[in-house]
Design a protein around this ligand. Structure first.
Ligand code: MG
Length: 369
């Protein structure tokens, strides 16, 4: 199939509540939606970068620049036979993985639709439903947090992840654990600590957390290994794992016991599958992380999380945890802590064009000259 046209949009949807992590807060998510078109079909991808360079170095604007000026020109006019083959065209781009993920995901969706197959099937998925947890931002007060946790446990979610930061850690977790002694609980620091904080982090061992996610710097596997030696709780790495090579280094150094596989951070579904395959072979548990994606990115997360190695509940949850509305139909919903893997072609969810237009704040069409 010949790729004839690419449309880029920045789409802005207000969040139902401010999402605060150790480094930043978001009230309105701005993500890039990429449409790749050929032979009358469209495939969709999402670059779910945060608004500012606080999760990684990318922003909405850097994604726009790289997609518009480098990724789109590299594929317009190209033949899409396999995404791996097509990805060689952008293989020289360094970093900018959120931008690449948007394009790569759209190509997978287009390919799957052209073959009339669900994306999960094309990727090698084996699950009919994925296990779903929620990731809760730092709340203004513990009362608000307890209320939210109670609500999502009531909805049947399989695990609760709390964002933590220095000063919003031990006492918060103590209260949560004493109220819910048995719930599967994890904590995500988004790199807010340093190795000198080991004594504080060791106190978290008493709360029987399923893992502590990315406690230390995004680019430091060695200190994570030193910390893991001192902790009973498994460390899970997120920001530090950008490729299979990083996963291998982390495992060899003993820097973690679990890996969060995130499509955006790894530069697309193909790279995410490679990390999954590596971890499955090495018996390292994985789960699917998220970036509060809109329906397009969320559907791609469901597809990748249908692979057999995703044995732990992930961050992929119903859209309503984050938003009051979405750009796909039907809405993506969780039931009893699980989300059905769709059997429909491609991502398995249709773009609601009226909603897409409603929330678009910028768009540009790129075609062959
Ligand atoms: Mg994380």
């Amino acid at each position: 199939m010949r790729i004839e046209q690419i449309e880029l949009r920045i789409v802005a949807i207000p969040m139902v509540r401010t999402f605060t992590i150790s480094s930043s807060s978001i009230d309105v998510a701005h993500h890039l939606i990429v449409a790749v078109r050929g032979e009358g079909l469209s495939g969709y991808g999402e670059s779910a970068s945060t608004n500012g360079p606080f999760y990684c170095g990318e922003t909405v604007e850097t994604c726009w620049h790289v997609l518009r000026d480098f990724l789109a020109p590299s594929v317009i006019g190209a033949d899409l036979e396999s995404v791996e083959q097509l990805s060689e065209r952008w293989g020289k781009i360094k970093g900018n993985r959120f931008a690449v993920a948007g394009m790569e995901m759209a190509c997978w969706d287009l390919l799957a639709r052209s073959q009339g197959k669900p994306l999960s099937e094309l990727l090698g998925g084996t699950r009919t439903e994925i296990l779903s947890g929620v990731s809760l931002g730092i709340q203004p007060d513990t009362g608000a947090l307890m209320e939210l946790i109670g609500r999502f446990i009531g909805e049947g979610y399989r695990r609760i992840k709390l964002k933590i930061a220095p000063g919003k850690d031990v006492e918060v977790l103590r209260q949560v654990r004493s109220r819910w002694p048995d719930v599967a609980l994890t904590a995500d620091a988004n790199s807010a600590y340093c190795l000198d904080d080991a004594e504080t982090l060791k106190q978290l061992d008493q709360f029987n957390l399923a893992m502590i996610e990315q406690p230390l710097a995004h680019d430091d596997l060695i200190e994570h290994a030193k910390l893991q030696e001192q902790l009973q709780t498994p460390i899970c790495l997120d920001e530090s794992i950008l490729s299979v090579r990083h996963a291998r280094h982390a495992l060899e150094l003993g820097a973690c016991r679990i890996i969060n596989i995130k499509v955006s951070r790894l530069g697309g579904l193909g790279p995410a599958r490679k990390v999954h395959d590596f971890c499955l072979k090495r018996k390292l548990p994985v789960w699917c992380g998220g970036m509060n994606e809109f329906g397009v990115g969320r559907a791609a997360n469901i597809a990748i999380a249908s692979l057999p190695g995703f044995t732990l509940p992930g961050d992929v949850c119903g859209f309503d945890k984050d938003y009051g509305d979405d750009i796909v139909s039907p809405y993506i919903c969780a039931r009893d802590g699980a989300i059905e893997v769709p059997c429909r072609p491609g991502l398995g969810y249709e773009i609601d064009q009226a909603k897409l237009d409603k929330y678009t704040v910028r768009k540009e069409l790129l075609e062959e000259k």
